[in-house]
Design a protein around this ligand. Structure first.
Ligand code: FDP
Length: 333
């Protein structure tokens, strides 16, 4: 089977848009290169004893794993040449990294979570990298504090049994799998559509003591037996947002990480707006799904600071809409 490579697909898509400069294509292709480098590091990390903590914490006080740091370095280095990117914001960096030698001609800023699902690193579980591409502004960090609708492309790399790259540049969501024998990502699914409803939900229910009663009620509803409405749902929670989102993209359902007010919880939500929620929300909407804080569409959220967090629900239109209804205190009759 002669599947198009990532580069060929990106270039052909670019040619379908007269006037395209080709710069976005180059950026997307670079994420593909970074993905291959990170995948290789992950494959040998256990053998090289590169698992475990790095003895440092990130800006959010979370212990960094060696691979968090390594993936971050690979991504930063990948965009250090070519002159396109002026600024990179990362979960692992307190402030954006400025590419000084690109400052004149660069027209883009990139944002990423280099290693999502870090708790899976030491157990050979699913991991991901989430990324977003925006136009640069003139005002440094402040210019990144904008709505998710200003993203020009977003995607993720999923490191599982196969390495996948999934992206959108506003023209549908496309899925590629890495063929390690030739070192190329090949197109496996074009214009993926998320099912309008699913049968699974992904949430850390062990933390339900800290949730609002409305979130608990929603979860109980999913677990009730009612074959007519396809309940009970099945729980599918991997500890990796990218892994859980990918399942939902293909099979439908909902992932949620609500406000957790219990001690040791996340009173504002756990997931970061700019480099986790916005990019996945763009992918979800492009695939026909929905992403919500419970009261607002995620793409409309304008963060106040680089590492802001929000409560987050993402997935099929049916389940996310239902989640919003529960949070408003409504219940299906
Ligand atoms: P992690 O902190 O391990 O990187 O991005 C945050 C995230 O993982 C998601 O990937 C994951 O869904 C969630 O947090 C897991 O958090 P809990 O351990 O609190 O469930």
């Amino acid at each position: 089977m002669n599947l198009p490579t990532l580069d060929r697909f990106i270039l052909e898509t670019e040619h379908a848009h007269p006037g395209a400069t080709g710069e976005l294509s180059l950026l997307l292709m670079r994420f593909g290169v970074a993905a291959k480098r990170i995948a290789r590091e992950l494959a040998v990390a256990g053998l090289r004893k590169e698992l475990g903590s790095a003895a440092t914490t990130n800006v959010q006080g979370e212990v960094q794993k060696k691979l968090d740091v390594l993936a971050n370095e690979i991504l930063l280095e990948t965009f250090d040449y070519g002159g396109l990117v002026t600024m990179a914001a990362s979960e692992e960096l307190e402030e954006p990294f400025v590419y000084t030698r690109n400052s004149e001609q660069g027209r883009y800023a990139i944002l990423f979570d280099p290693m999502d699902g870090s708790s899976n690193i030491d157990v050979n579980g699913t991991l991901g990298t989430i990324f977003s591409i925006r136009r640069r502004g003139e005002g440094g960090e402040q210019d990144l504090l904008r709505s998710g609708r200003e993203q020009i492309a977003a995607g993720y790399i999923l490191f599982g049994p196969a390495t996948l790259m999934v992206y959108t540049s506003g023209d549908g969501v496309h899925l590629f799998a890495l063929d390690p024998s030739i070192g190329e990502f090949l197109l496996t699914d074009k214009t993926v559509r998320m099912p309008a409803r699913g049968r699974g939900f992904a949430v850390n229910e062990g933390r339900s003591c800290g949730w609002a009663p409305e979130v608990r009620a929603f979860t109980e509803y999913l677990k009730e037996k009612d074959p007519e409405t396809g309940r009970p749902y099945s729980t599918r929670y991997s500890g990796s947002l990218v892994g859980d989102f990918h399942r939902i993209l293909l099979e439908g359902g909902i992932y949620y990480y609500p406000v957790d007010s219990a001690s040791g919880g996340k009173p504002r939500g756990k997931l970061r707006v700019l480099y986790e929620c916005h990019p996945l929300a763009l992918l979800a909407e492009q695939a026909g799904g929905r992403a919500s804080t419970g009261s607002e569409q995620v793409l409309d959220v304008v963060p106040q600071a680089l590492h802001d967090r929000i409560p987050f629900a993402i997935g099929s239109m049916t389940e996310v809409t239902l989640y919003e209804r529960f949070l408003r205190g409504e219940r299906p009759s």
